[in-house]
Write a protein that binds this ligand. Structure first.
Ligand code: IPD
Ligand code: CA
Ligand code: CA
Length: 274
């Protein structure tokens, strides 16, 4: 495992330097719209190429599920990469972006790295060994009630059929807590839950690469991660609730009531079986 961590670290840090160098520069001619409100830039592609090449050079036998090259993955062991999380932020020069690399082994995420290239924070977790930010151990917060919590979320801008129920969940959670932040990079939101900067986070319509590494970070930092209904298959369900042990349960009381399990089943992703 040590070799895998070291190579993944080298890959994410060098791709992160590239992203940092291009951040804030004029990139309008390099933006493509994959789907409504879903963008990709040359930097996303280059970052994924750099990370994949580094991983493949060291471990040619381990498969790769990358956002910009997404194909169903059934291998026993494979990497999941988000080469640039927060692409819309990146395009607008809004300083909230991250990179994410996770390793799955026998249907479990065993390694997760998230890099914030602008703050130069590297979050790392391996299963059973705790979570770290720049090598210092991190923990979820100790908040015991929503009234003392700061929550994070993401808006369902690509799944507006769920806007009404999402707004219902927002209304309830927003009116019970201290505040809600929406910074636009799910991998960072989850890392901030792991570091105790946010007490909880919820979002729907995410993909495995938005959640895999960050979810391991939260769990290894002592928190809980499930789908909107408390189930463990959030990576393929495409929706997530994460938080410290008490806040997670309190958030679920809202999400379980407000969302309809059958309706949100349209967000499921069949690229992985987890
Ligand atoms: C997006 C970000 C954003 C979340 C979106 C994701 P991308 O990832 O994580 O915070 O709200 O749903 O798709 O496309 O910038 O890698
Ligand atoms: Ca993403
Ligand atoms: Ca991305």
């Amino acid at each position: 495992m040590r070799q895998r961590i070291e190579v993944a670290r080298e890959a994410i840090l060098s791709a992160g330097s590239l992203i940092r160098e291009t951040f804030g520069r004029e990139i309008s001619g390099q933006v493509e719209e994959k789907d409504r409100n879903d963008f990709v830039t040359q930097s996303d592609r280059l970052s994924e190429k750099m990370i994949s090449e580094t991983l493949l050079r060291a471990f040619p036998e381990i498969g790769i599920l990358g956002e910009e090259n997404a194909e169903r993955m059934d291998d026993d062991e494979y990497w999941i990469i988000d080469p640039l999380d927060g692409t819309t932020n990146f395009i607008h020069g809004y300083p909230s972006i991250g990179l994410s690399v996770a390793l799955v082994r026998e249907s479990e995420v065993v390694l997760g790295l998230v890099f914030d290239p602008l703050r130069e924070e590297l979050f790392e977790a391996s299963r059973g060994c705790g979570a770290f930010c720049n090598k210092r151990k991190i923990h979820v917060s100790g908040a015991g009630s929503l009234q003392e919590s700061l929550l994070g979320t993401g808006f369902p801008f690509k799944a507006q059929q769920h806007l009404e129920s999402y707004i219902e969940s927002f209304k309830e959670l927003f009116s019970s807590c201290r505040g809600v932040r929406r910074a636009g990079a799910a991998v960072l939101d989850l890392s901030h839950v792991a570091a105790g900067r946010l007490d909880g986070f919820w979002e729907l319509h995410l993909k495995p690469w938005d959640m895999a590494a960050g979810a391991l970070l939260v769990r290894e930092a002592g928190g809980l991660v499930t789908d909107l209904f408390g189930g463990s298959s959030f990576l393929s369900a495409g929706n997530i609730v994460a938080g410290n042990r008490s806040i997670h349960g309190k958030m679920l009381e809202t999400t379980e009531r407000v969302f309809d399990r059958e309706k949100v089943a349209d967000l499921a992703c069949d690229l992985i079986d987890m």
